[in-house]
Every structure is written in C-alpha cells, then in structure tokens.
Design a protein around this ligand. Structure first.
Ligand code: ATP
Length: 382
C-alpha cells in the first residue's frame, strides 16, 4: 500500500501542494486528476523521489521511503515524453531496467559478460522481454529503434519498460497525451488490461476527466495544490462535495443556476417551485445558505406531451454526437444543456433557434451549494 501523509511543497514563495494525504491500496488504480498547474506532476515526482517535499512522509508497503533515492524505492515511472534511449533497440530499451539493477560484476568491461551472473541475467532478459513485448503487441518490433516507431508504439515500449521489473508501484504521468484520439482510446484500454493482468498498484496522472472516470478504481481530485475530493468515479460524479468537483466531472458540464429559497418555495430560472413536504430544519439551512442549484444534463428533460412543464426555455443550439444530442437552451440570463439520447432515429428532437420548448427538471436530483461553492447536504423535498 502507498500512503502519502501531509505532503507540502513550495517553489520559492509559490505554495504548490498543501496538506496532501491519501492512500492507494495494493492492486488499486488511482488517478490524480485536476486542471493544468494544480500540482499533479510535482506530487508524482515527490512520490518517485525526483523532487523533495518540504514536509510530509511517504510509505510504501510499510517502509518509509520519504528520503530514499529514486532507485531504492521499487517504483517504475512512465512519462508523457516516453523517455526512450534513441540509439538502443526496442529490445534493449525494455531490458534496460533489468540490466541497471543487475550486480555490478556484470558491467565490468570485457570480463563481466562471461561471468555466470551475467549469463543468468541474459537468460532472464531473453525470457522476460519477449513476454512483456507480446502483452503489449510489440513482438514484431523488437529490433527497431525508437525513431522507427509511431507515437503509440513508443508509448507501449515505455509501458513495457516499466512493467518488466514488476515493481511495487507504477507511476504514470499523462502517458496518453501525445497520442491522437483513436490511439488514446486504444492505449487507455491497454493500460486497463495491463492493470487487470498484473494486478499492480497504479497511480496515474491526468487532466482528462474521461480518462480518470473510465480507468480508475478511485480518483484523487486536486485543484490549486489541494485535494478537493477522493472517491470512486461515481461517488465524485453523483455526490460532489463542492461546485469545483461537480463542474470538473461530467461532459457536458453540470448546469448551475442561481437560486433563492423564499417561504415554502425555491426560486430558480424564473420558476417558483413549491416545496411539497419541506423539512423545516433543512429548509432553514437552505434559506440561509443556498446560493446555487445544479442539475446534471440528464436531470433536465424536454417535457413529455400531457405533462405540466416546469418552464418554457428558448432553444439555441444542438450538438449531434449521433447516438445522442446535446441541446442548449436559455431562460432569462441562465443557460443550460440537456443530453437527449436517440432511442429511435425517427424521434430525434429538432427545434428551430429561438423556439420556446417545454422543460421539466428532476427536482430530486438537485444539488445545492453555498456562496463558497461548498455542497449543502440538505434535501428540499421538491
Ligand atoms: P500540467 O497538467 O500542466 O502538467 P500539473 O498539475 O502537473 O500541470 P505541476 O507541473 O505539478 O502541475 O506544477 C504545479 C505548479 O508548480 C505550477 O504552478 C508550476 O508552474 C509550478 N512548478 C512546477 N515545477 C516547478 C519548478 N521546478 N520551479 C518552479 N515552479 C514549478
């Protein structure tokens, strides 16, 4: 298990990591997710031993590794930039970590390679390299140099090099960001498969919420050097602790409206929605604190015929994905999006710009936030 406790880091006057504590269980896939500049890479480099923290400690399998050299930590790291040796073949790039860790006697010029230790090493390498190369579909490319490979193939060599040692922890820093969209998806699946096959412990840095949602057992969401929330992808999506988490996860983004509770009603987007069975204690809290209410795009619908709409909204634009449409509306100063799945291709919605469309909300799915963007855990019983 990796345990990160109270890590702090500043560069000159700039505090980049504050009170960072979290754990990664054996065999777990955890993503460090957050916008550019939030401190993800710095944190990963501190765990790898490439950067020193100002405070805090790091334990790996009950061993304090805070002050150990990178080579003593039993960690493999895969970088965004592949970091392959251009003059070595794919075979030698993959074998490199095994050679580096071999006893010094194997590296003595001329004599070294004839020792029995060196011969055992060569045998080990000749078994392991083809095995790991096969699992990453590199078996036909072992004699090539990195310059003769595509971006996706280079990244697979970097993954193979990280895997060959079977370390206690894999660290990956945006390994897919140099790949095009199709290769990203393919390599994403390959990394997930590798995780299942090796049952290794993975800590994966990304700013892409789709990558983090689809690959991770749990996500550590960072912003401005601070942890915002730690949880499974669906915990963060369904139960965000603040507006930052609510808005960072989900594509299209969650819809956020200004709101006010007055008497026994909620006022939002020009609607006065009466509360059906208000809990007076909770209503008091909401009246004092609620400033924003948010609905996921799937919690707002075009009103079915025969049902009473909550409001009429002006249609502005549609983005077609094929299997679903993203429909954009405005009401007063507020704008919102609806995700409309196409279940029957003859029943696609088609509206004209400026057309007034009847809308209903899933009121039970409303998420309330205070003036600082913190979630208010109270139900309004709408
Ligand atoms: P990105 O997704 O863009 O790579 P990130 O979340 O990984 O961003 P970091 O690279 O960890 O963020 O950087 C966090 C902050 O620390 C940034 O403001 C960055 O400018 C600053 N920073 C990083 N390394 C150094 C350094 N060596 N010296 C000074 N400031 C640094």
């Amino acid at each position: 298990m990796l345990s990160v406790k109270n890590i702090q880091k500043s560069f000159a006057q700039n505090i980049v990591l504050e009170h960072i504590s979290f754990e990664v269980a054996d065999g777990e896939f955890v993503s460090l997710l957050g916008p550019s500049g939030c401190g993800k890479t710095t944190l990963l480099r501190i765990i790898a031993g490439l950067e020193k923290a100002d405070h805090g400690c790091i334990n790996l399998n009950n061993r304090d590794i805070t002050d150990l050299e990178p080579s003593e930590r039993d960690i493999s790291m895969v970088f965004q930039s592949y970091a392959l040796y251009p003059h070595k073949s794919v075979y030698e790039n993959i074998a490199f970590p095994l050679r580096m860790r071999a006893p010094a006697v194997t590296r003595i010029p001329l004599f070294g390679r004839f020792t029995s230790t060196a011969q055992a090493l060569e045998q080990d390498i000749s078994q392991k390299v083809p095995q790991v190369a096969k699992s990453l579909r590199l078996d036909g490319l072992l004699q090539r140099k990195p310059g003769e490979l595509s971006g996706g193939q280079k990244q697979r060599v970097a993954l193979a090099r990280a895997l060959i040692r079977n370390p206690k922890l894999f660290l990956m820093d945006e390994p897919l960001s140099n790949l095009d969209a199709k290769l990203r998806m393919q390599t994403r699946m390959e990394i997930s498969n590798l995780h299942h096959q090796t049952k290794g412990t993975f800590l994966y840095v990304t700013h892409d919420q789709v990558e983090a949602m689809t690959m991770s057992d749990r996500i550590v969401l960072l912003n401005g050097g601070k942890i915002q929330q730690v949880g499974t992808p669906l915990e963060l999506y369904d139960n965000p602790v603040n507006l930052f988490t609510a808005e960072f996860l989900g594509q299209p983004k969650i819809n956020v409206f200004n709101c006010v509770f007055k008497d026994y009603s909620l006022q939002v987007a020009g609607i006065h929605k009466n509360l059906t069975a208000p809990n007076l204690k909770q209503l008091d809290l909401l009246k004092q604190k609620a400033k924003k209410v948010a609905f996921r795009p799937e919690a707002i619908h075009i009103c079915p015929q025969g049902q009473q709409p909550d409001l009429m909204a002006e249609f502005s634009q549609a983005e077609e994905v094929g299997s679903e449409s993203l429909l954009k509306f405005s009401v007063g100063d507020e704008t919102f999006s609806i995700r409309s799945a196409v279940t029957d291709r003859y029943r696609r919605f088609s509206f004209k710009e400026g057309e007034n469309v009847p809308i209903v909300f899933e009121w039970n799915d409303a998420l309330f936030f205070d003036k600082d963007g913190n979630r208010i855990l109270a139900e309004a019983f709408l």
